[in-house]
Design a protein around this ligand. Structure first.
Ligand code: NBP
Length: 483
């Protein structure tokens, strides 16, 4: 084993993500990569399978640290939580001021903030980095969302840029903000991913149930959509999945897979944090809930047992496929608008100077939500970083208005046909809520004041008011502050 400080970067944790990232790093000019894994066999297997990478294998954490040139930079790619803490502690004990520990796992951004705080007095930089793109991205170029200090990014930035995906000539990496900003933005990325996948699922279901199309025909529709404004990685792989036949039965692959979707929890985190931040992310929440509903097999079976009839499926008209495309696009705009709202709220709460246009740009390549659409988002935020929602950006206002009638037809058809479309429906309701002149929130304020004296404000006068509901029903001015 090598104990000379020959490596400019190291990777700890050599399961699929760490191995691929190490190989990606090693394939770039100028990098020598040290590798270490708790269980020795993984290190040996990686090194023997990929002699071309010239990896510097370490048998122990001491060996690993000794193999890194100063300032030492180690990327930790282990299971988030206790595993990350264990490895970070081992490195921190051995690292010196100016050295950098990068956590490239899917950490909770609050843990990242806490870890950075914990290491700050030691002078060791702790950098939480969101990495998206799965194993393929890690090997060939992921989208990278680094947090941490500006100082550490000066060392780390060029290395990350060398391994990131490239979209339209630009590496998909930017210093998104300090401490936990990278993991926060990655979390929101995953929330948007949930929404995008759910909307695509609903589009498929409608084309099949109402449109009467077979999976291979829907694959053709998706392939066609992938040539236009909906072009994205998720649309592309959906076409491939729908074209797949099950080798064992000859049935469409999609028909032999159990219809219960799993998750690893980042969608839930997005919704939990959005609730804490007070940001409505209904499109993302419905996507998370839809996966939960799919797994409730006992309830699904029970309801199917008691219902005596289902609505008759509407007949699709000639424009149905285009209508579904328009509904998908408009609902997608809502999901992204909500995701960016959560980013803005997080930045305000945690003091991050996030650039929305740059975040949209680094998501154009390498990651699961990569899409042509993100260029439009980047343009909208470049043109005016102060827009209150993506839905007011001229391009999206126009695009949603163009598809609005179709969007309504699709949501109505889904409801009348008994096809669940929680993503499309929630997105349209959100849009209508923003667009409504008056909302029933006025009545809710009346109810709150009636049962709890929570007070209300008026449309015609300044001040805070309460009506004596149980007595004279006269209105009392309570003061000037809102409750
Ligand atoms: P896993 O998340 O399956 O983690 C396995 C690795 O963690 C192994 O190297 C294992 O070492 C190590 N490890 C554990 Br578990 N506990 C440890 C401990 N106490 N001390 C030291 N090492 C420990 O690997 P992965 O799927 O490659 O993902 C790595 C990270 O990247 C995760 O945080 C994941 O959430 C994130 N991520 C994954 C994807 C993806 O598509 N898979 C995408 C983006 C980000 P061992 O070999 O000794 O058990």
């Amino acid at each position: 084993m090598n104990t000379r400080a020959t490596a400019n970067i190291g990777v700890v944790g050599l399961a699929v993500m760490g191995s691929n990232l190490a190989r990606n790093l090693a394939s770039r000019e100028g990098n020598t990569v040290a590798v270490y894994n708790r269980t020795r066999e993984r290190t040996d297997e990686l090194v023997s399978r990929h002699p071309e990478a010239g990896l510097v294998a370490a048998a122990s954490i001491d060996d690993f640290v000794a193999s890194l040139a100063r300032p030492r930079t180690a990327i930790v790619m282990v299971r988030a939580g206790a595993g990350t803490d264990a490895v970070v502690d081992q490195l921190a004990e051995r690292f010196e001021p100016g050295d950098i520990i990068v956590d490239g796992g899917n950490a909770d951004f609050q843990d990242t903030i806490a870890r950075e705080k914990r290491l700050a007095p030691t002078g060791v930089h702790f950098v939480g980095v969101g990495i998206s793109g799965g194993e393929e991205g890690a090997l060939n170029g992921p989208s990278i969302m680094p947090g941490g200090s500006a100082e550490s990014y000066r060392t780390l930035g060029p290395v990350l840029a060398s391994i990131a995906a490239v979209a339209e000539g630009e590496p998909c990496v930017t210093h998104v903000g300090t401490d936990g900003a990278g993991h926060f933005v990655k979390m929101i990325h995953n929330g948007i991913e949930y929404a995008d996948m759910q909307l695509i699922g609903e589009a498929y279901d409608l084309l099949r149930t109402v449109g009467g199309l077979r999976p291979h025909a829907i694959a053709d529709v998706f392939a066609e959509w992938n040539k236009g404004p909906l072009e994205s990685y998720l649309i592309e792989i959906t076409a491939e999945i729908l074209r797949q036949a099950d080798p064992a039965t000859g049935q469409p692959f999609v028909d032999v897979v159990l219809d219960q979707a799993g998750s690893k929890g980042t969608g839930v985190w997005t919704v939990q944090n959005a609730l804490d931040l007070g940001v409505p992310v209904g499109g993302i929440a419905e996507a998370v809930f839809a996966r939960s509903v799919s797994g409730r097999s006992a309830q699904r079976a029970a309801v199917r047992r008691v219902i005596t009839s289902r609505p008759e499926v509407r007949k699709a008209d000639d424009t149905f496929v285009q209508d579904v495309a328009a509904a998908l696009y408009a609902s997608k705009v809502v999901a992204y608008a909500q995701g960016f709202d959560a980013i803005v709220a997080g930045a305000e709460k945690y003091g991050w100077d996030l650039r929305k246009d740059r975040i949209a740009r680094i998501w154009r390549g390498g990651c699961i939500i990569r899409a042509r659409f993100l260029n439009r988002i980047a343009e909208a935020y470049t043109e005016n970083p102060h827009i209150t929602t993506l839905l007011e950006a001229p391009y999206f206002a126009w695009a949603v208005a163009e598809g609005e009638a179709a969007w309504r037809r699709v949501v109505a058809t889904a409801a009348l046909s008994g096809v669940p479309a929680p993503g499309f429906g929630a997105a349209l309701s959100y849009y209508d809520s923003l667009a409504a002149e008056r909302l029933p929130a006025a009545l809710i304020q009346g109810q709150r004041d009636f049962f709890g004296a929570h007070t209300y404000r008026r449309v015609d006068r300044q001040g805070v008011f309460h009506t004596e509901w149980s007595g004279s029903r006269t209105e009392i001015t309570m003061g000037t502050a809102a409750h």
